[in-house]
Write a protein that binds this ligand. Structure first.
Ligand code: USQ
Length: 403
């Protein structure tokens, strides 16, 4: 397959590009390196040192003999250049990661809300419009989020994108399937719910073949491919905007910071290991929808956990202290979560689940680079609204040792 990876410099995009290349696909990356620019804006860096794109690709070529081309384009802005790339390179598939992916970053200020909306929605619409204009039959695989469903307690297992309902008609009850009601919890998550509507429209109107992967929170750092050389190492974010919860706890445990649980840590979320992320994308590429079929939606997650249980697990393994902090986010204090993931399991995914050994290995990666951590960047300071902002500027939190 000839696969164009949009956003191939990011935390999920980079290991995906390598994984697809290792599997023998012809791969090219489109990226504007905005994730590196955001590091500069936030005055923070990945815990692991990231080499320049040219170095990454040269090292991969030297190790494997496989070339990955790189096109520095801004999706959502450089439309003509993107269309001409499609027309000349003629990919069979596009994997679309080219979106601002951090909820706290999207909630920092009006400027960040506007950036996230402009960037994400224009990137998605430009990609779809360009595929139509190219006239090529390209399978589009998009990285969506479990957050489109919202994080209340649904009282049922969250289905894969579509909800079966019964509606009352003059002829009695009729079965229907609708897109699961969107319930975003941040501006970032809202852009993904809007993406889902773009996909519905373009699949219906232009018969584009689209797979939308509703991914949970990714944990872990390295994959089989990124481990092969230090120059290929993946990002490992720990800061209050881009670090995700389990990775943050693992890093915090190694850099001498208490584990930062929001509220009582009652939020239950879906999780997936980074190695499974790249495997799922390969599986999605191998199992495209037919032309004219509705958008194929798959829940890309492997297990659900409550935040405080994760903190306790990491604390048990590492002896780290836990801090229960005022929550900067407007979110339910407690929720239950059950999720269907039959598609990807049916395609043969054998999930990597949380295991002490694996967590310890990730913590060791963190320890190796602990001296690069700037502890002032650990707190989550992006408040969802004025009320939350007042909460987090209050007195210092309670802390306790495990046990
Ligand atoms: N949380 C803490 N302490 C922290 C950081 C987070 O208790 O130090 C809590 C948050 O309040 C939240 C939960 O952990 O309840 C998850 O937060 P997160 O930052 O790990 O994940 P989230 O903001 O939801 O976003 C991440 C990715 C995003 C992806 C999403 C999948 O950044 O790109 O779409 O996970 S999901 O959460 O399933 O929507």
């Amino acid at each position: 397959m000839r696969v164009l990876v949009l956003g191939g410099d990011g935390f999920c995009g980079w290991p995906t590009a390598l994984h697809l290349s290792a599997k023998g696909h012809e791969v090219a990356i489109v990226d504007n390196l905005s994730r590196r620019e955001i590091d500069e804006e936030l005055e923070v860096q990945s815990l692991t040192p990231i080499t320049p794109m040219e170095t990454r690709l040269a090292v991969w070529k030297k190790l494997t003999g496989r070339s990955i081309a790189f096109h520095k384009l801004t999706m959502g802005q450089d439309y003509d250049a993107f269309l001409s790339l499609l027309s000349s390179w003629r990919p069979t598939a596009i994997v679309h990661f080219a979106e601002q992916r951090a909820a706290p970053y999207s909630m920092k200020s009006a400027k960040h809300k506007r950036y996230t909306v402009n960037n994400n929605l224009n990137a998605t619409n430009d990609m779809l419009a360009a595929v139509v204009e190219s006239g090529l039959d390209i399978h589009i695989v998009h990285l969506g989020t479990m957050g489109v469903y919202g994080y209340g307690t649904a009282g049922m297992a969250i289905p894969e994108g579509y909800l079966s309902i019964k509606i009352q008609t003059p002829n009695g009850l009729v079965d229907q399937e609708i897109l699961y009601p969107a319930n975003p919890g941040s501006i970032y998550h809202m852009t993904k719910t809007q993406d889902a509507l773009f996909f519905q429209f373009y699949a219906k109107n232009d018969k584009l073949r689209i797979t939308d992967l509703h991914q949970g929170i990714v944990w872990g750092c390295q994959t089989e491919e990124t481990r092969q050389d230090e120059a290929l190492i993946n990002r490992f974010d720990y800061d209050g905007d881009y670090g995700t919860v389990l990775n943050r706890f693992l890093i915090q445990s190694q850099v001498g910071h208490p584990l930062t649980v929001h509220g009582a840590g009652g939020q239950t979320r879906a999780f997936i290991n980074i190695q499974d992320t790249v495997r799922c994308i390969a599986l999605a590429l191998d199992n495209p929808p037919r032309r004219g079929e509705r958008v194929k939606i798959m829940n890309q997650m492997t297990e659900c956990h409550r935040v405080r249980d994760l903190a306790e697990l990491v604390s048990r393994l590492t002896g780290a202290e836990i801090a229960y902090l005022p929550n900067p986010r407007a979110e339910a204090d407690e929720n239950d979560l059950f999720v269907e993931n039959k598609h990807l399991r049916g395609y043969g995914l054998k999930p990597i689940t949380l295991a002490d050994g694996l967590l310890t290995e990730i913590a060791e990666t963190a320890r190796a680079f602990a001296d690069r951590a700037d502890l002032t960047k650990v707190p989550c300071v992006s408040a969802w609204n004025a009320e939350r902002a007042a909460d987090i500027s209050g007195p210092p939190p309670a802390r306790r040792m495990p046990g």
